[in-house]
Design a protein around this ligand. Structure first.
Ligand code: F0G
Length: 440
């Protein structure tokens, strides 16, 4: 594929990134576009030349940029550009994104049974999920190689992000979503940002298979996380949180796991952060799936001897995935970080969400799997209560308003943390009555 001339010089001397198949090692150039290795069908990973400076010098450079308010360094992705896409220079197509807060809330920490629990809230990205970090890189690349249309399969967040960044790039976006399984906040974003929205009569796994086929046959540029440029952007969740912790890694990083793009990205980010001297030791990764959509947890329980596919069924629609595409890359991430994979019930996810929401932080159901997972792993004795833990909240509370309504206003018996509204007549005594605590 040809390279857009206006962008081919943007490397600023930093040329030399390659895409390498994570399975067989076959290499293609940075500016080529193949969704999978033509030799073995494996997924590509980007490999960049080592930054000119590493260790304390690199930390100082990145820290100096974190005060930027304008230009590409105002982005919490492009501030790390030497580690993300060195050749992009100032060409990045940025909202800007990232710069998400690292929070700590005593009620959430206590509920999890932890002593040090931080929440990295990716719902604070422009379209309300971590997907914007990968999409800024993916769409920047798409534009540089002259893509004429972009597409993805999505449980909602990838599609919302794709639609917003495609609008920024002036490219048409096509999103394949499983009909009836996309949360309201996400579906409305797709329509509003102007994506051609296809409601597929099938699940996410069917949507992804179809999107991959359409990309091959119709030449539409695919921006699911099988695309290695997405992974490069998502690495910055890790880089940014390490920076927020003054480059002192926590003991654990916990992440909700669906299609496994993030798990793969986190492993790569940590490996590179160590190799380039940003950190001295690796935190352990904990990937948390919903019990009804846990093929990766099942494989982990058997030492990754076998890859499973399941018929997924969970209230956490974002991670309702039975055949995760980044399986191979995620296995490497878990092995390299001495990580762990677990699964939590829908009930535990909703309880964790209610506690996170009531702390004033709020997140969508899939995000709460990380905190529910931390509680489970502490209870199981895998994590020590004194361990320092960062749980990633992947999406915003308003992504899934129906889940909130069902929890707080659903039929009796109400769940433990339900906070139903109270209907009253327009009189003061009605308010008094409403303020009187109910007898148990
Ligand atoms: N959390 C949220 C809020 C998500 O939207 C997703 C994935 C995940 C967690 C899982 O991340 O796939 O990298 O393991 N959402 C995709 C989508 C599938 O289409 O929006 P993963």
């Amino acid at each position: 594929m040809t390279v857009h001339p206006a962008h081919s010089l943007a490397a600023g001397g930093a040329a030399g990134s390659v895409q390498r198949c994570a399975h067989c090692g076959h290499e293609i150039g940075e500016h080529e576009s193949q969704q999978a290795c033509a030799r073995c069908g494996g997924l590509f990973e980007l490999h960049h030349p080592a930054p000119a400076i590493t260790g304390a010098g690199l930390r100082a450079l990145l820290d100096a940029r974190s005060a930027s308010r304008r230009g590409v360094f105002a982005s919490g992705v492009w501030r790390f550009r030497e580690l993300v896409l060195p050749s992009a220079g100032d060409d990045a197509l940025t909202y800007p994104e990232g710069n998400t807060p690292l929070l700590s809330r005593p009620t959430v920490t206590r509920w999890a049974g932890a002593t040090s629990l931080h929440l990295k809230h990716e719902g604070h990205n422009p379209t309300g999920s971590f997907k914007d970090r990968g999409m800024t890189v993916g769409v920047t690349h798409a534009r540089r190689i002259g893509a004429t249309a972009v597409s993805c399969a999505s449980t909602g967040n990838t599609g919302a992000s794709l639609a917003a960044y495609a609008a920024l790039a002036g490219l048409p976006a096509i999103v394949l979503t499983p009909r009836g399984q996309v949360a309201l906040g996400k579906l409305t974003q797709l329509l509003a940002y102007g994506a051609r929205t296809l409601l597929v009569k099938g699940d996410f796994d069917a949507c992804l298979a179809l999107a991959r086929e359409a990309s091959e046959r119709l030449g539409v540029h695919l921006l699911n996380s099988v695309n290695p440029f997405r992974i490069e952007g998502q690495k910055t969740i890790i880089l940014e949180l390490l920076q927020q912790l003054s480059w002192e890694p926590p003991d654990w990083i916990v992440v909700p796991a669906g299609n496994l793009g993030n798990t793969a990205a986190f492993g790569k980010a940590l490996r590179e952060a160590r190799d380039w001297g940003l950190i001295r030791r690796l935190p352990r990764l904990a990937a948390v799936q919903a019990a009804g959509a846990a093929p990766f947890a099942k494989s982990f329980a058997e030492g990754f001897a076998k890859r499973y596919t399941v018929q997924a069924q969970t209230v956490a629609t974002a991670i309702n995935i039975g055949n995760p595409a980044s399986y191979d890359r995620a296995v490497i991430a878990i092995r390299e970080t001495d990580g762990i994979v677990t699964a939590v019930s829908d009930g535990d996810i909703l309880e964790a969400k209610a506690v996170i929401d009531a702390s004033g932080v709020g997140c969508e159901p899939a995000s709460a799997a990380s905190v529910a997972g931390a509680r489970k792993l502490i209870r199981d004795g895998v994590m020590a209560p004194g361990d320092s833990i960062v749980a990633v909240l992947t999406g915003h509370i308003l992504k899934d308003p129906d889940a909130i309504t069902r929890y707080h206003q659903g039929p009796e018996p109400s769940p433990a943390h339900a906070n139903p509204p109270i209907e009253i007549e327009p009189r003061l005594d009605e308010i008094e009555r409403a303020l009187t605590p109910k007898r148990p």
